[in-house]
Design a protein around this ligand. Sequence first.
Ligand SMILES: Cc1cc2nc3c(=O)[nH]c(=O)nc-3n(C[C@H](O)[C@H](O)[C@H](O)COP(=O)(O)OP(=O)(O)OC[C@H]3O[C@@H](n4cnc5c(N)ncnc54)[C@H](O)[C@@H]3O)c2cc1C
Length: 446
Amino acid sequence: MRIAVIGGGIGGLTAARALVAAGIDAHVLDASERPGGVVVTTNVGGFVREHAASSFLGGPPHGALALCNELGVAVDKASPRAKRRWIFIDGKLRAVPTNPIELARSDLLTWRGKLDLVREPLRARRGLGEDESVHAFAARRFGAEAARALFAPFVTGVFAADAHAISLEAGFPRLAALDEQGGVLVGFAKQAVAGLLARARGETEPKTARGLWAPRGGLGTLASALATSLGDRVRSGVRVREIVRTVTGVAVDGERWDGAVLALPAELASAMVVDSMPEVATRLRTIYRAPVAIAYLGFPERAVRSRDGFGFLVAHGEDLRVLGVVFESVVWPDRAPSGQVLLRCIFGGGRDPEACDLSEPQLVEVARRDLSIALGITETPTHASVVKWDRGIAQYQVGHRDHVRAAVVAARAQRIALAGADYRGASINELCADASVIVDEVRSWA
Ligand SMILES: Cc1cc2nc3c(=O)[nH]c(=O)nc-3n(C[C@H](O)[C@H](O)[C@H](O)COP(=O)(O)OP(=O)(O)OC[C@H]3O[C@@H](n4cnc5c(N)ncnc54)[C@H](O)[C@@H]3O)c2cc1C
């Protein structure tokens, strides 16, 4: 089969690679001159700027770390200084507890909030097959305080979204499963006991590289290596306008193929089939990516009171506009020149899309104000720049799985597969794993 993969982001590139490995003649058509989509790394005066993804977890066996190893891309593990995470809530930064003793001592929750949290196993479970927002789930099982102080910032960290809008089932399927099976704390406890028993029996766990990883030189290196591995199967600078159904497959701007994989934001994919496949177009329009803006600020080390950690997330209702700040050069020391620090400030997302309408100087000013409140930084930055994406981060709204199911069925009837961040997982790890779903889908047309 000869298949057109439209979109050369990580979703399209990993899908094409898996299709080729399965013996399918896949070719990527990408509008940009540089494959990788939103995954771009630029270096401005020694400040290494990630325009989107900046790291991935090492655990999943078919994830990004395994892909880097296959492609010969050198990787680094995040600095041990990055372990601590912070939440800005009730006017100051508070550490996220990492164990029960820290939780007992933490000022992130009141005693009432902590009691509510540990009573989670006694709470009612969700009805089978019912979706709800992550906020509704967290408030139901862990109480309103934990929902605001822990879960909502966590959702902002993953989707730059409002936890009231994001689907538990689609966004956090593991939590949804634990909820149905009798509770999150009980589920974690069972896993811990099973691990201990397995170790007592001498069973060794499969070797996983836990922790946070990134390609040396940034995620852009992975995008380039993926594109290089596909050679002349990647056609850059090709902006597809229309796809129509033919008797045996599809025509992409007049060129005939046996089928197509749409690996670009659903809204753009919808526009390509609006006249020729109206049902697919309608289904795709229900799926949304939010805009996002990133302000990068560099400072001399002395300007920043030493604070270890990955960064901080901001709870709802605080007097800061930034959604979160990554202490980029604490996590990855080579991402700032010697003696300097780099802070990556994220704005917009589903929680505050209007922030992306601010001009670049305005965003830098807001970032400086927020950093002075949260971290006490008052010096003029040595580096300040902004990157914006109109369609940045996928938003899995409540009911997302049903929308995706309906879109996949409608697309299948037209020999079209749906790939990329808008459907079954937005992280780089999930996109790597999703490539095999696309191979199965395309094979099912044979
Ligand atoms: C700020 C930010 C931070 C993030 N942080 C992380 C992180 O730390 N870890 C993590 O795992 N994930 C992270 N993510 C998520 C991850 O980066 C994205 O979900 C993923 O890279 C999206 O890949 P994609 O291939 O689905 O889409 P995209 O990267 O958007 O690619 C779509 C492609 O379609 C092409 N295209 C568009 N229109 C056309 C057309 N008409 N014809 C042909 N081609 C077209 C574009 O050129 C582009 O190459 C982050 C995302 C953002 C925005």
